[in-house]
Design a protein around this ligand. Structure first.
Ligand code: SF4
Length: 114
């Protein structure tokens, strides 16, 4: 085996290690995001949330389905949001006892006054 082919073997081994590592990093990131959600976070899959098209992130809203959605509308600037609207999670008058994501959205969005 010459020097060049040995180098190629090390390169392949390194690439293989990286390929094994990437899913673990992605899983860790997902777990961290989920861990940050409060225990009483509104489940987007619940019937009430689905009926109003609630999404935890506005970028997931399908504008062809939810035609009231306009860029810039988020829970954090909705009149119905309750509590600290600069926090990642907050209350909502439409979903009592639940927390909604600041960058979330639903079809009941109303521009916040003041
Ligand atoms: S009513 Fe407003 S604060 Fe509540 S989920 Fe809908 S957009 Fe968010």
């Amino acid at each position: 085996m010459n020097k060049c082919s040995r180098r190629n073997i090390f390169k392949l081994a390194g690439a293989g290690s990286l390929a094994l590592l990437l899913p673990a990093v992605a899983l860790k990131t997902t777990q961290t995001a989920w861990a940050q959600a409060p225990e009483n976070a509104l489940n987007p899959e619940s019937p009430q949330a689905k009926a109003l098209g609630y999404h935890e992130h506005y970028s997931d809203v399908d504008q062809s389905v939810w035609t009231r959605f306009k860029d810039g509308q988020i829970c954090g600037n909705c009149q119905l949001a309750q509590g600290d609207v600069s926090a990642d999670w907050m209350g909502c008058g439409i979903f009592p006892g639940k927390q909604v994501a600041r960058e979330g959205w639903c079809n009941a969005w109303v521009a916040r006054q003041g």
